[in-house]
Design a protein around this ligand. Structure first.
Ligand code: NDP
Length: 328
């Protein structure tokens, strides 16, 4: 079958030629054969191509096969656990056909929407739940800032804070994204790419941000720190604006303010929280089934050929919602 490999290590921005197709041989008698329907593209994939600085996940070297969170259909099975036509999700190699031993696969329960397992009931929903529900724990007294809130993790995290009655301030870098957020009921919708972002933030939270759910890093994060209230807290989810730079460890200029304001910073990565997966599902499934959560897939057609452009676009901020590549 055909798969994707990292052909070159990018030093700056990812380019299409960094990712190439490659021939993959499948085992003769696999337990399961899967046909991927949607492959998730995510910002962390670019960090796997960095030479250092992101040690929580194995690095991709030149020639490494690419993999990602995938919704797949079982097309052949020689065991009782799965049958032809079942949908499964899991971290799979990016290939047209995948052979699997069935380990590490999560079956999509019959009667539920398989696409929900790409986003609110998948890894991005889990990230939002860990970061907001478990670590941030917003209350109605909080002024919560969620950056990149028209993106995958941000959109779910912001709604979880909204459900707790917090004053939720969301940001997005493009007008159509902000319109989407307004439409979903957010009152304070700011543009983190605007030169007057700091003033916008001050108007939205005159007494300061008490909980910042950080997705972006760089200038947006510096501005958020500027606006933090004393004794505030920061859930450090991601720093996407830094993933394509050569020096991703550079800290914000005003980092010292965190100590002056006694702000608690809580970094996290989801691999450390996988034992909470069932608790997450118990929490999130009712919200999805009862349609109390808005979520949107940003589908890019074109199969494996589209993975590189879809990821490049995601790192450029093109997506509205959770970006996935649709397989033919
Ligand atoms: P998104 O769907 O949010 O897409 C990324 C968004 O970031 C873009 O749409 C863009 O939105 C925004 N952005 C802002 N500035 C930049 C910039 N300079 N370069 C590129 N993009 C920028 O992605 P995810 O929801 O998947 O991820 C959000 C964050 O969560 C990331 O930082 C990611 O690494 C992190 N994450 C962390 C995990 C963890 O375990 N801690 C797990 C999964 C994700 P806009 O147009 O609004 O600027």
């Amino acid at each position: 079958t055909i798969g994707l490999k990292l052909a070159h290590l990018p030093t700056g921005k990812l380019r299409p030629e960094h990712i190439q197709k490659t021939l993959i041989s499948l085992p003769k008698t696999p337990r399961l054969l899967l046909k991927p329907r949607y492959i998730s593209v995510d910002p962390y994939m670019r960090t796997r191509m960095q030479p250092a600085g992101y040690d929580y996940i194995e690095r991709w070297a030149v020639g490494s096969p690419l993999s990602g969170w995938t919704l797949a259909e079982v097309i052949a099975s020689n065991g009782p656990s799965f049958k032809r036509g079942d949908f499964v999700v899991g971290h799979l190699p990016m290939q047209e056909i995948v052979a699997s031993d069935g380990q590490q696969l999560t079956p999509v329960p019959e009667g539920s929407d398989p696409e929900a397992y790409l986003h609110p009931l998948g890894m991005t929903g889990f990230t939002a739940w860990v970061g907001m529900q478990r670590l941030g724990q917003p209350t109605a007294q909080d002024s919560v800032l969620v950056s990149a809130a028209a993106g995958a993790v941000g959109s779910i995290a912001a709604q979880l804070a909204q459900h707790q009655g917090a004053n939720v301030i969301v940001t997005a870098g493009r007008a159509d994204k902000r319109a989407w957020l307004h439409d979903k009921g957010f009152k304070s919708v700011l543009n983190h790419r605007s030169p007057d972002y700091i003033e916008q933030l001050h108007d939205a939270a005159p007494f300061g941000i008490t909980l910042n759910f950080e997705n972006i890093g760089g200038r947006a994060f510096t501005t958020a720190i500027e606006s933090m209230a004393t004794n505030g807290r920061i859930v450090l989810c991601g720093l996407v604006s830094q993933y394509q730079t050569r020096n991703p460890r550079k800290s914000p200029d005003n980092f010292a303010q965190l100590r002056q304001k006694n702000v608690a910073v809580h970094p996290f990565v989801v691999p450390d929280y996988l034992r909470y997966w069932d608790a997450f599902q118990q929490f999130m499934q009712p919200l999805v089934v009862q349609k109390r959560l808005a979520w949107k897939l940003d589908k890019i057609s074109g199969g494996l050929d589209s993975v590189a452009p879809a990821l490049i676009g995601l790192l450029n901020g093109d997506n509205l919602g959770k970006r996935v590549v649709e397989m033919p």
